[in-house]
Design a binder for this molecule. Structure first.
Ligand SMILES: [Fe+2]
Ligand SMILES: [Fe+2]
Length: 332
C-alpha cells in the first residue's frame, strides 16, 4: 500500500491519473479519491512536538534484559545455597515455627524461653519458618480488634527478634502472613545483611570442612495434605522432590517428627513440621483442630563426624535439643 507521500509525488510527477495509478500499482479510482480528498484538505497545521517521557525502546529492552539477568543470578544463587561451617563440631538447626509474635494467643512464656536457649547455646543456628507476625490483610484486618499488640509494636518486636535477640539466624523465611501488605519489602529491610531472607521456601546445605553436606528443603508449607499424617506433605516432597536430609515446614500450626531411610537412594532423612507458638487459636477451636504442646520449634542436631541414622537427631523441644548438642560438643 503506497504511503500518502508516494501518492502525492506520483500525482505531481505523472502526466495523468491513469499513469500515476499504474506507477503506484493501484486502481485509477483510488488515486482519484486520494487527489479529491487532498484538494479538500486545508493547509497543513503545524502540530506541537511533545517529547516522549519514556526511554527509547532499545534502552527499555536493554534494561529489561539486564534486570532479568540479575534476577536469574539471584535465583540461581538461592538454589542449594551453601552455609559453610568453620569446623566439624556438632551444630543444631533450630527450625522456629510460626511465632505470630503479636497474636494474643502467642505462647510468649515458651517463645521467650526458647529464644534465650537458642541465643545462649553455642553451635545453634536459627531458621525461621515464617509468619513472624499476624500482619492482617483485607477483611482479616478486623482481627486487629482482637489483639492487644499494635502493628507498630509488632514490627519493633520482629526487628528485635531478627537483629538483637542474640539468635544466630542463618535464614529468615517469609510465610503467607509476612508477605501480606507489602510485608516482604519490610522484612527484607529488617533482615538486611544479618542473614538470608527467602520468600516461602528455601533449599540450602550446611557444609562442613570434612566435606559432609546436609541438604535442607524448607518451605513455609510443602504441597500435599492428609488428615491422618501431619508429615504427609514432607513425605511427598521427599519422594517426588529433590533429595535432602531434612524436610521442614511450619504454617499449619501442628508439628511432628519422623525419620526414614530411602532404600533406593540410600539416604536417611527427617520429615519435620514446626508447630509454632500460636497456642490459643479461636479459628482452630472453631474448626475442631486440637492443640499440641510440643514441636513449637524443631531442633535438628547434626554431628558431621557421624553417619547414617546417627548423623542427625531431631527434637520437638528446644531445651532437649540444646542439651543433646551440648553433650555432643562436650564429648568431642
Ligand atoms: Fe502461621
Ligand atoms: Fe502461614
Amino acid at each position: 500500500m503506497p504511503t500518502p507521500e508516494e501518492y502525492r509525488s506520483a500525482i505531481a510527477s505523472c502526466p495523468s491519473l491513469r499513469a500515476a495509478a499504474k506507477y503506484l500499482g493501484v486502481n485509477k479510482e483510488t488515486v482519484r479519491r486520494f487527489r479529491d480528498k487532498e484538494l479538500l484538505r486545508g493547509d497543513e497545521v503545524k502540530k506541537p512536538v511533545i517529547p516522549d517521557k519514556n526511554l527509547p525502546v532499545e534502552e527499555i529492552i536493554k534494561q529489561a534484559k539486564d534486570r532479568f539477568m540479575r534476577h536469574k543470578a539471584k535465583e540461581s544463587s538461592l538454589k542449594w545455597m551453601p552455609f559453610e561451617m568453620p569446623d566439624n563440631k556438632p551444630i543444631a538447626l533450630a527450625f522456629m515455627g510460626d511465632p505470630h509474635v503479636d497474636d494474643d494467643g502467642c505462647n510468649w512464656p515458651l517463645l521467650e524461653r526458647d529464644i534465650l536457649l537458642l541465643a545462649n547455646t553455642k553451635g545453634v543456628y536459627g531458621i525461621n519458618c515464617g509468619d513472624l507476625t499476624n500482619n492482617w490483610v483485607g477483611r482479616l484486618m478486623a482481627l486487629y480488634a482482637e489483639q492487644s499488640m499494635t502493628k507498630s509494636e509488632a514490627i519493633k518486636v520482629v526487628k528485635w527478634l531478627i537483629q538483637d535477640s542474640g539468635i544466630d539466624w542463618l535464614l529468615i523465611n517469609a510465610g503467607n502472613h509476612d508477605a501480606w501488605n507489602e510485608g516482604c519489602y519490610l522484612l527484607e529491610q529488617l533482615v538486611g545483611d544479618t542473614s538470608i531472607m527467602t520468600d516461602w521456601a528455601a533449599k540450602f546445605k550446611i557444609v562442613f570442612p570434612n566435606k559432609v553436606e546436609i541438604r535442607v528443603d524448607l518451605a513455609h508449607d510443602h504441597k500435599g495434605n492428609s488428615q491422618w499424617n501431619p508429615l504427609h506433605a514432607q513425605m511427598k516432597q521427599a519422594k517426588m522432590g529433590d533429595t535432602a536430609h531434612l524436610y521442614n515446614a511450619g504454617h499449619r500450626h501442628e508439628g511432628g517428627i519422623a525419620q526414614h531411610e530411602d532404600p533406593f537412594k540410600n539416604i536417611v532423612y527427617w520429615l519435620t513440621r514446626s508447630r509454632g507458638y500460636k497456642y490459643i487459636d479461636k479459628y482452630a477451636d472453631l474448626h475442631g483442630f486440637g492443640s499440641q504442646d510440643y514441636y513449637a520449634t524443631v531442633m535438628a542436631v547434626i554431628d558431621p563426624t557421624a553417619e547414617g541414622v546417627n548423623q542427625i537427631m531431631c527434637f520437638g523441644d528446644v531445651e532437649a535439643g540444646c542439651k543433646y548438642l551440648e553433650y555432643l560438643r562436650g564429648r568431642k
